[in-house]
Ligand binder design. Structure first.
Ligand code: 5GP
Ligand code: MN
Length: 329
């Protein structure tokens, strides 16, 4: 009982697991973002400082804007599990299916540790450090490293800062708490140069990305408090850009004045599915819940789903659904 009061996130037993083991696996979700990768790398470095070994797995390649993170070259996609680990950490991943092609390998591990801040997290692992009030998974890794007595060196600080910066929308979203700013201050004291991280993540765009953005912005439509944009496979071909270049495009629709919900529809490579990115600026409209109806998820203010069906059909259904939500809120 004492533990539950003094350790509401359940970090103490996970720290004990780390102290008792020697070899760990650290995984994250498909389409990994800086919070996922930064959290993985910070944890790996912390474990290494304690004399522990770790391996880092992801189903998808490390996106270009995360390759500056120290240690990112260690991340790989395994084809088979040839090793035994004392525990498998899974970070920023609300459901095991979000692990993508590595899901079965990871689920087969004897001890799993789920560290996440998504409200829809199903607490699916043997150990669950799940706190929807955390602004980023990086905040939970920071707390775990503190519990383990690992001081924040510069490399750990850089990795954690990348997670805080991006998951709070550059310290703009409502998850930007005093605690987040205190942690950011500590990371800057540990050697983070905010301008360098911002440059790597936000200001290293390839020209192909800008060409893609121009095409996507030309599709912008607005209906009252709802705005949406479209991205087709032809636009990828014409611009020479790739899907990771489209990261964040939905925010251009989100940032229009008077908008409460913004959507990006992206045609799947096979033409038979459509990715929908959703953003809400109205606390009464929870896009995690709307995306959940299409088999996706995320957070109340930012969510996504891959919906079977051609883009025009998916667009019609989702727009209807969101218009209803807007009408009822
Ligand atoms: P984005 O729109 O930037 O791709 O994703 C925004 C948020 O929604 C992220 O927290 C991401 O994890 C979540 N998300 C995006 N796509 C999916 C999806 O297909 N399934 C689930 N469960 N979550 C998603
Ligand atoms: Mn996150």
């Amino acid at each position: 009982m004492k533990n539950r009061i003094s350790d509401p996130r359940g970090i103490t037993p996970v720290a004990a697991l780390v102290r008792g083991g020697t070899s760990f696996l650290i995984c994250g979700h498909v389409r990994p973002d800086p919070d996922c990768i930064g959290s993985q790398l910070a944890l790996a470095r912390g474990l290494s400082r304690l004399g522990k070994r770790s391996e880092l797995w992801l189903a998808d390649p490390v996106p270009e804007n995360c390759r500056f993170l120290p240690g990112s070259e260690r991340i790989r996609t395994p084809s088979a599990d040839g090793r035994a680990f004392d525990a498998a950490f899974v970070l920023d991943t609300p459901r095991p299916e979000r692990l993508g092609v590595i899901a079965d390998l990871v689920r087969g591990m004897p001890v799993t540790v789920n560290v996440d801040h998504h409200p829809s997290n199903t607490r699916w692992a043997a150990h669950n450090v799940v706190d929807p009030h955390a602004g980023a998974t990086a905040e939970l890794i920071h707390a775990l490293l503190a519990e383990l007595g690992v001081s924040t060196d510069r490399d750990i600080a850089v990795c954690l800062y990348a997670g805080l910066l991006t998951d709070t929308g550059r310290f703009c979203y409502s998850n930007t708490t005093p605690g987040i700013h205190r942690m950011a201050a500590e990371l800057i004291e540990a050697g983070v140069k905010p301008e360098k991280i911002a440059e790597n993540i936000y200001a290293s765009a390839r020209i192909q990305k800008i060409r893609l953005l121009a095409r996507v912005l030309a599709t912008l439509e607005r209906d009252g408090a709802l705005a949406w944009i479209r991205l087709t496979q032809a636009m990828y071909r014409e611009s020479g850009a790739s899907p990771e270049d489209a990261e964040g495009f939905v925010n251009y629709a989100r940032d229009l004045e008077g908008i409460r919900v913004a959507l990006l529809f992206e045609e799947g490579a096979d033409g038979g599915s459509t990715r929908v990115s959703m953003r809400s600026r109205d606390a009464r409209i929870n896009v995690d819940r709307i995306a959940g109806r299409y088999g996706g998820g995320g957070h109340g203010a930012a969510a996504g789903a891959v919906v079977p069906g051609r883009m025009e059909d998916v667009e019609r259904r989702v727009l209807d659904d969101v218009r209803n939500a807007l009408g009822g809120a």
